[in-house]
Design a protein around this ligand. Structure first.
Ligand code: NAD
Ligand code: UDP
Ligand code: UDP
Length: 482
């Protein structure tokens, strides 16, 4: 039985069949993109030789002269390496060098095998080149975007646009026909969330930490950059504060310089562990300034304060959205927030972990509702803070049972120690949003959860990089697109 393998320089081993020895061989070969490794095994699985670029592998003393099976194997299988697209780029880098003639040249049979090898390699390179050329001609397919003429098309910056909420906002604004620039440091965001727009003429992705100044020209800014899940924002509290203070100053400085309208993504956390229920925007909150959540809660409170200071002093046109718990596809698998935790636990038949008694409440909104709210708020003339959340309130215990039923699993629901300063009740009063921006959420919990469960099921089923699970929204996701 013979196998061969190609080291494409990215640890992606192609066609190694079932032989571990080949894997080992390629790992040993290292990530050099300049090496085409051919391994041939005899009936007992012993490696006979490798490398068709002529480089001898001294680890086993094998060489092309010893085992002339190589030419035949390669010729028989020469088209097989083309199965992986990633091969193409690397082949360009290969050096074509004469093979080592470490055997008697007067042996006509060996020389003819050597010529066959040269010919096979030439044909492979030629085919690789053709494939690359053809691939370049295939136009990328993007979701359908509306055409906006230059008068109506805006240039819009989304900080944190590669994150969960930001990437859905990108989808909406792109489909509306605007030019969208994402600035993200990829702390909790991923390129994969906006991958379906890469290369589109209206889209740009900038790797940028908003703690540093950013000089670009835009008409509107959605400032979403900040970790949002408690484990993420507690991971580096100092950085969380910097992002929400220095980062917000930079965004407001940019808005001031270019005269852009700016929307700040604030949070229901500005109400802390509230003693008013439900929470209207007029409530000043109940926040522990030195507790574990303070880096986020106080950071967002300063962010709001900065917004109104820039509005008053520098006439910056600001909008402030106080976002309540939001869920949906593209939440990070390690997000640590309750929706992703419970769904992932249920899908794997693991115990569902409730922190504390489970009597604490939250109100969950589906992400497309939030995007509609953010866009409506930006478009409105209303400048005071606006709550954006779904007022249907549930206990965390109820929520665990709902998810278990929807997934249809037999997970146990278990109690874990309560977390410090966990807000006990949370429900938005959305009368302001209804009155001033004509907005209220529409997606029922069950419908939104089914989409989210479906997304996480596909995430868990991924076993290799080529299974992309790219969530591309339908136009029906957003009411303003209808
Ligand atoms: P997320 O963590 O998925 O997205 C945040 C994005 O900001 C990520 O892409 C991250 O890489 C980026 N980021 C973080 N620090 C940055 C920095 N210094 N510079 C540049 N980029 C940076 O979180 P999300 O749920 O999408 O939240 C988005 C915004 O909405 C946040 O500001 C959050 O506070 C706010 N919010 C969200 C919720 C919710 O339930 N999802 C609730 C209230 C408020
Ligand atoms: N800033 C920025 N981009 C701009 C304009 C300003 O990042 O296009 C930053 C600037 O570097 C400064 C911050 O925003 O750190 C606040 O700017 P502002 O003009 O309010 O303050 P100043 O520069 O006068 O301190
Ligand atoms: N929670 C839980 N189990 C988890 C994750 C969270 O019981 O695995 C609880 C958490 O203690 C809080 C609620 O669910 O009471 C919502 O937590 P989340 O982290 O989603 O967001 P928060 O609203 O606290 O910012």
């Amino acid at each position: 039985m013979s196998h061969y393998a190609y080291d494409d320089g990215d640890n992606a081993i192609v066609d190694t069949a079932d032989n571990d020895a080949v894997d080992q061989e390629n790992r040993r070969a290292g990530p050099s993109p300049e090496r085409l490794v051919l391994s041939v095994f005899d009936q007992k699985g012993i490696r006979q030789h490798n490398s068709i670029d002529g480089a001898r592998d001294d680890t086993d003393g094998g060489g092309i002269s010893d085992h002339d099976d190589a030419g035949r194997v390669l010729l028989q299988n020469k088209l097989r390496p083309f199965r992986k697209g990633s091969l193409v780029g690397n082949v360009q880098k290969q050096r074509i060098e004469p093979l080592h003639h470490d055997f008697a040249l007067d042996d006509p049979e060996r020389e003819s095998r050597l010529n066959e090898l040269h010919e096979a390699k030439r044909q492979i390179l030629e085919l690789e080149r053709k494939i690359q050329e053809l691939e370049g001609r295939i136009p990328r397919k993007y979701p359908d975007v509306t055409f906006l003429n230059y008068k109506n098309r805006k240039r819009i910056l989304i900080t944190g646009g590669a994150g969960f909420v930001g990437s859905h906002l990108v989808d909406y604004l792109m489909m509306k026909g605007h030019e969208v620039i994402v600035a993200d440091n990829f702390f909790t965001g991923r390129k994969r969330n906006v991958e379906h727009w890469l290369g589109h003429e209206n889209f740009e992705l900038i790797h940028h930490d908003i703690v540093n100044p950013l000089f670009i020209e835009v008409d509107e800014i959605y400032h979403l950059a900040s970790p949002a899940s408690p484990p993420h924002y507690m991971y580096n509290p100092v950085k969380t504060i910097k992002t929400n203070t220095l980062g917000t100053i930079n965004v407001l400085g940019l808005a001031k310089r270019v005269g852009a309208k700016v929307l700040i993504a604030s949070t229901s956390e500005v109400y802390g562990d509230p003693d008013v229920h439900p929470q209207p925007e007029t409530y000043w909150g109940h926040v522990n300034p030195i507790g574990p959540r303070a880096c986020y809660d106080e950071g967002k409170r300063v962010s709001e304060t900065l917004s109104y200071a820039y509005a008053k002093q520098e006439k910056v046109n600001v909008r402030v959205a106080r976002i309540f718990n939001t869920y949906g596809p593209r939440m990070h698998m390690n997000d640590g927030r309750v929706v992703s935790n419970f769904i992932i636990q249920a899908l794997q038949n693991q115990s569902i972990t409730i922190y504390g008694s489970g009597h604490q409440t939250r109100s969950f909104q589906y992400v497309s509702d939030l995007v509609d709210g953010l866009v409506s708020l930006m478009a409105s003339n209303y400048t005071q803070p606006v709550n954006l959340g779904n007022p249907v309130e549930r206990t965390i215990q109820d929520f665990a049972e709902i998810i278990r039923d929807l997934v249809g699993c037999k997970s146990k629901i278990i109690e874990m120690p309560a977390v410090e300063d966990d807000p006990q009740r949370r429900k938005p009063d959305i009368s302001r949003a209804k009155k001033y921006i004509n907005w209220e959420p529409r997606v029922p919990l069950q419908e939104g959860l089914m989409k989210t469960i479906d997304y996480f099921r596909k995430e868990l089923a991924r076993s290799n990089h080529s299974q992309r699970n790219i969530f591309v929204p339908e136009t029906t996701e957003f009411r303003n697109l209808l």
